[in-house]
Design a binder for this molecule. Structure first.
Ligand SMILES: Nc1ncnc2c1ncn2[C@@H]1O[C@H](COP(=O)(O)O)[C@@H](O)[C@H]1OP(=O)(O)O
Ligand SMILES: [Mg+2]
Ligand SMILES: [Mg+2]
Ligand SMILES: [Mg+2]
Length: 364
């Protein structure tokens, strides 16, 4: 199979995305270790931190420099950082954004270098307000996915995907708290080799449609030493390890347990925040990702799935909603046609969906 590294189609996009995610992950890691997180509550009561704002500003700055005509759908907005009320948080975020760079100067130049001013930073954050849809080039950004995990010291991911006419073509996930090595077992918390070592920390996963998936250690320089990753072969679904959200409010853990039992799965679930779940199964550290609706009225956001979905598919897996339909990224900022997410190796995906339908159907 052609690999992500030996084809020029969308290579610049993939390269910029990998560097932009690494730079943003340096910022989030520094917030994680050195700062009060500056947590605010959004109108839907979910948290946002200085790390979310800073990472979004840096990623959009890199995209605007390289692809000024592309649209961007990003999770956060700058409203709470503007005016007198926002001054304190704005200054903290600006400090972080103006100081964070890749150690490799050439890579930093590829990203367009520093943001010019605090005001420019706010405008960059607000450039992520595209309504999305099925036409043209649109980037989806979740600057910190799993903010609750980030605050708890668990897993989180810096997520970036490029969609063209509503199809995900490039996906990158930076997971600063996952083990660097693809052969480490599935982990809920910080991996034992995830700490700084020669400027390395955690892992970045990437995929380009049709060319496979790769992983590479995150590094302060932005180096890109990539290895191909693949889902682990799974002959018997009963032998699977499955992962699910830590937050019971995000995915029904009771339904997942009932589904696992019916599939004959005896290993306990691994609970992990964020799209680190997609990356982990894509590199064979686990087998299944079950995300089962808790509330009928919750609609998943495209930035919570675009990168991970492509990475799992390119590593040989299948990703659908709980009814077995592909995720539809063409409908705007949300996945309004899909409920839940089921990711599994291709050969067992049909069996898993059968059981998901039985268990969810029996509740109605
Ligand atoms: N009720 C919900 N059901 C499913 N996902 C949710 C719900 N509320 C928030 N989320 C989103 O789940 C994602 C984290 O998933 P996980 O628990 O698997 O790490 C976050 O992006 C979070 O969005 P938000 O960014 O608004 O907090
Ligand atoms: Mg998210
Ligand atoms: Mg987020
Ligand atoms: Mg959020």
């Amino acid at each position: 199979m052609a690999s992500v590294r030996d084809n020029q189609y969308l290579d610049h996009e993939l390269h910029v995305a990998l560097l932009a995610v690494q730079r943003a992950a340096i910022l989030t890691k520094s917030v994680f270790h050195n700062h009060a997180k500056g947590t605010l509550n959004k109108s839907d009561a979910s948290p946002v931190t200085i790390g979310d704002f800073g990472a979004q500003a840096l990623i959009i700055s890199a995209l605007q420099h390289n692809f000024p005509d592309d649209e961007i759908v990003a999770e956060e907005e700058a409203k709470d950082l503007r005016g007198e009320k926002g001054q304190e948080v704005r200054e903290t975020v600006w400090n972080l954004v103006s100081q964070t760079r890749l150690e490799n100067k050439e890579y930093e130049e590829t990203l367009g270098g520093s943001v010019k001013s605090a005001d420019a930073m706010l405008d960059l954050i607000d450039k992520g307000d595209s309504q999305g849809g099925g036409k043209g080039r649109i980037w989806a950004i979740d600057p910190i996915d799993g903010t609750k995990g980030f605050l708890r010291g668990g897993q989180y991911a810096v997520c970036l995907a490029l969609m063209i006419d509503g199809d995900v073509k490039v996906g990158v996930l930076g997971c600063p708290n996952l083990p660097i090595s693809d052969s480490e077992p599935l982990t809920e918390g910080i991996g034992k080799d995830a700490s700084d070592e020669e400027g390395k920390f955690g892992v970045v996963f990437a995929a380009k449609e049709g060319y496979g998936a790769v992983s590479c250690p995150l590094s302060k320089r932005g180096d890109l030493k990539m290895d191909e990753i693949n889902m682990k072969p799974l002959e018997n679904v009963a032998d699977a390890t499955f992962c699910e959200s830590v937050e019971a409010g995000h995915s029904s853990q009771g339904d997942a347990a009932a589904i696992a039992k019916k599939l004959g799965i005896t290993k306990p679930s691994v609970r992990m925040d964020s799209q680190a779940k997609y990356g982990s199964i894509a590199r064979g550290a686990g087998d299944l990702y079950l995300r089962l609706p808790v509330r009928a009225d919750y609609v998943e956001k495209i930035w919570d799935h675009a990168a991970g979905e492509l990475i799992v598919r390119e590593a040989g897996g299948m990703v659908t909603d709980s009814e077995g339909n592909r995720l539809n990224f063409k409908l705007g900022r949300t996945l309004k046609e899909n409920k839940g997410v089921i990711a599994a190796p291709k050969n067992v995906h049909g069996k898993v969906i059968e059981v998901v339908k039985e268990v969810l159907g029996a509740k109605q």
